[in-house]
Design a protein around this ligand. Structure first.
Ligand SMILES: Cc1cc2nc3c(=O)[nH]c(=O)nc-3n(C[C@H](O)[C@H](O)[C@H](O)COP(=O)(O)OP(=O)(O)OC[C@H]3O[C@@H](n4cnc5c(N)ncnc54)[C@H](O)[C@@H]3O)c2cc1C
Ligand SMILES: NC(=O)c1ccc[n+]([C@@H]2O[C@H](COP(=O)([O-])OP(=O)(O)OC[C@H]3O[C@@H](n4cnc5c(N)ncnc54)[C@H](O)[C@@H]3O)[C@@H](O)[C@H]2O)c1
Length: 467
């Protein structure tokens, strides 16, 4: 039985930390959260939320191009969508920062409303069961803890030869301070962050060069999806430099020069580093209590978020399990359910739906092509969206639905959707994967006509397993 005296101290107020705090408060614990930059964490203030708001702005402009293809004329008979449409970066960025700040305030309000004590400051472990916070008001506060949750996130990786200056050599956390749109942006790194932001700036009107260290962009993703997105990038005028690694970036007059490892150089007005993240574990006092780190520097945890030290849990990007806000939040909740004796199921990353907010979006759940290729009893089908009647009406010419199922049984094991708003379309596939539904169960569900989700039931129909 939990008593009010169970003291939970959480270091880090991102999704991993604040969602855990809400659960711990609900279970009757005495909860303190220590956050140094702002509630909501990097997810809300600099990473996930601002980037998705920027993408939403770019999408509005891209929709104008579709409108013109559908016969809409703007401003006169010969005007194309791009004519006269301008993006005011300062207004876009102001809106994004305001939106992030408002979300951070909402999170503070909801935490305080359930009695969570919020300390604005830097937290660290002094010994097992004791957290010290150096507050923004220059005080030192010690809080005794029966349970500690470390949810300190990660920070952008920077190259020693490309030191961000916040003006022209930028991390993704610094782009919202710009007053003007970069005229010629060089994005270094074609992982999810690089791909999303490169396309967003292209859509807003910047000339963009993407420096991709691999043969294709989004190397970790479904190859069919990544190949299609790279084609879209190139068709819309992005310069993609494949198998190119940045050696360093230097300022040069009013711009930057990016030197590649093969000696070539790329000039731009700005460079954006999107070369991954490093876990934020330095200075946390982990060595005082013996919390083990993995070789990558992440805090090692099991599927119920336990570290190597009893009573100390960790969640989110500092664990490196799967760097998504949704997963961080679930790891944090699981930690509290486990620590406070509530019913808990271990984290299942296979059921996690994820989305890349390019245009079109790429949404995935369950097994992917790579795993499917290694399993002898998996069947798959890929249906291009171009054949879908709704897609034709909406002027959608790229995208597809791919489904994986177990041969014989027909159980849905995974799927990939490449489409506008794929993040919404993946839900029925996620529901099928999570609940082990068969392709026949999906196929027998009547969808709206015409709708993009019709392609999901059609793919399921094509995977019907005959006796
Ligand atoms: C550009 C970008 C876009 C993304 N988009 C998405 C998306 O669309 N969907 C998605 O699911 N995920 C997305 N992610 C990933 C997502 O942002 C992270 O998985 C998520 O932020 C992890 O949450 P967290 O709580 O672990 O850490 P964070 O959100 O980083 O929060 C950790 C907090 O801890 C604080 N902290 C650190 N050390 C201390 C200390 N010693 N004392 C006090 N406070 C401390 C930090 O200041 C920070 O506020 C994106 C990531 C990036 C980089
Ligand atoms: N929509 C979303 O949910 C979303 C968005 C952004 C990030 N994220 C999360 O964050 C994780 C990390 O993504 P990320 O893109 O920030 O990092 P990443 O590590 O996945 O990608 C960084 C890329 O930069 C490349 N790179 C490294 N050094 C380079 C160099 N010198 N020159 C050129 N390229 C170089 C790497 O090869 C890699 O492909 C994702 O896997 C995802 O979980 C999620």
């Amino acid at each position: 039985m939990i008593t009010r005296e169970t003291s939970v101290v959480i270091i880090g107020g991102g999704p991993g930390g604040y969602e855990a705090a809400l659960v711990a408060a609900q279970l009757g614990a005495d909860v303190t959260i220590v956050e140094k930059d702002g509630l909501g964490g990097a997810a809300v203030l600099t990473d996930c939320v601002p980037s998705k708001a920027l993408v939403a702005t770019a999408d509005q402009r891209a929709d104008l191009d579709i409108a013109v293809r559908l016969g809409v004329r703007l401003g006169g008979p010969d005007r194309t969508a791009g004519d006269g449409v301008q993006v005011k970066a300062s207004a876009v960025n102001r809106r994004i920062l305001d939106l992030a700040a408002a979300q951070s305030r909402d999170i503070r309000r909801s935490l305080e409303s359930v009695g969570v004590r919020v300390i604005d400051g830097v937290g660290r472990l002094v010994e097992r069961g004791l957290v010290r916070a150096d507050t923004s008001g220059n005080e030192t506060v010690d809080v005794a803890a029966d349970v500690v949750l470390l949810a300190t996130g990660a920070t952008p990786r920077v190259l020693p030869t490309a030191v961000p200056d916040g003006e022209r050599i930028l991390t993704w956390q610094q782009i919202y301070a710009l007053d003007d749109l970069p005229e010629r942006l060089v994005v270094i790194g074609s992982g999810v962050t690089g791909a999303e932001l490169a396309q967003a700036y292209l859509g807003l009107g910047s000339a963009v060069t993407l420096v991709s260290s691999r043969e294709r962009v989004l190397p970790g993703e479904d190859a069919d999806a990544a190949t299609q997105i790279e084609s879209v990038f190139r068709e819309r005028g992005m310069e993609v430099l494949s198998t190119s690694r940045a050696q360093g970036v230097e300022r040069s007059g009013d711009g930057v020069v990016v030197t590649l490892t093969d000696g070539r150089t790329v000039e731009g007005s700005h460079a954006l580093l999107a070369v991954g993240s490093v876990p934020q574990t330095a200075g946390l006092g982990l060595e005082h209590v013996g919390v083990e780190l993995a070789e990558s520097g992440h805090i090692a945890v099991d599927r119920v978020s336990r570290t190597s030290v009893p009573g100390i849990y960790a969640a989110g990007d500092c664990t490196g399990v799967l760097p998504l806000a949704s997963v961080a939040a679930m790891q944090g909740r699981i930690a509290m359910w486990h620590a406070l004796g509530d019913a808990v199921a271990p984290l299942n990353v296979r059921g996690v739906a994820a989305n890349i907010f390019t245009d079109p979006e790429i949404a995935t759940v369950g097994i992917g092509q790579r795993v499917a290729d290694e399993m002898p009893d998996v069947q798959s089908v890929l249906l291009p969206l171009a054949r879908n009647p709704r897609a034709k009406m909406q002027g959608i010419d790229a995208g597809f639905v791919k489904l994986f199922c177990r041969t014989g049984y027909g159980t849905v094991l995974g799927g990939v959707v490449v489409a506008p708003k794929a993040s919404e379309l993946i839900f029925p596939v996620a529901l099928a994967v999570q609940n082990r539904l068969s392709v026949d169960a999906v196929a027998s569900t009547i969808t709206v006509y015409p709708s993009l989700s019709g392609s999901i039931t059609e793919a399921a129909r094509q995977l019907h397993q005959s006796e």
